[in-house]
Write a protein that binds this ligand. Structure first.
Ligand code: FE2
Ligand code: FE2
Length: 134
């Protein structure tokens, strides 16, 4: 599994790209910590950091969408809300000792990120650039 951000993920907005890079990096840290057999406490801390950063990132995109009058705001925000809920549910299970951080979980996160960036965030990036050029 690779956690490297690559140019193909660029949405053409520096602020969003920087946050995506940071998200990839945190998922990579979680992967390294999992492979290293780190204590649950440490995994939990990285997971909490990932959730906090994701929340902040979604808020940034939602602010940019609202400020620019983005027509697909509701649908895009619904995708953010759904993922956030899924991750929060997972965190609850993890904290309660009913779920573990596995390769499957990390794969799910990376798949979601990659699909969301390429399929959804790129459309926002194109809109923001067109808006800025107008
Ligand atoms: Fe998004
Ligand atoms: Fe994003």
């Amino acid at each position: 599994m690779t956690f490297e951000w690559k140019e193909a993920y660029s949405v053409g907005c520096a602020e969003i790209d920087a946050q995506h890079k940071a998200l990839f990096q945190i998922v990579g840290e979680l992967h390294a910590a999992m492979l290293g057999g780190n204590a649950k406490q440490m995994l939990g801390d990285i997971l909490a950091r990932l959730i906090a950063y994701t929340t902040r990132h979604f808020a940034t995109e939602e602010r940019l969408m609202q400020a620019s009058g983005y027509p697909d705001y509701a649908a895009h925000k619904a995708l953010h809300d759904k993922l956030k809920q899924q991750v929060l549910n997972f965190q609850k299970e993890f904290t309660a000792g009913r779920a573990a951080i596995t390769v499957q979980i990390l794969q799910f996160l990376m798949d979601w990120l990659q699909h969301h960036i390429v399929g959804t965030d790129k459309k926002l990036g194109i809109y923001l650039r067109a808006k800025a050029a107008a």
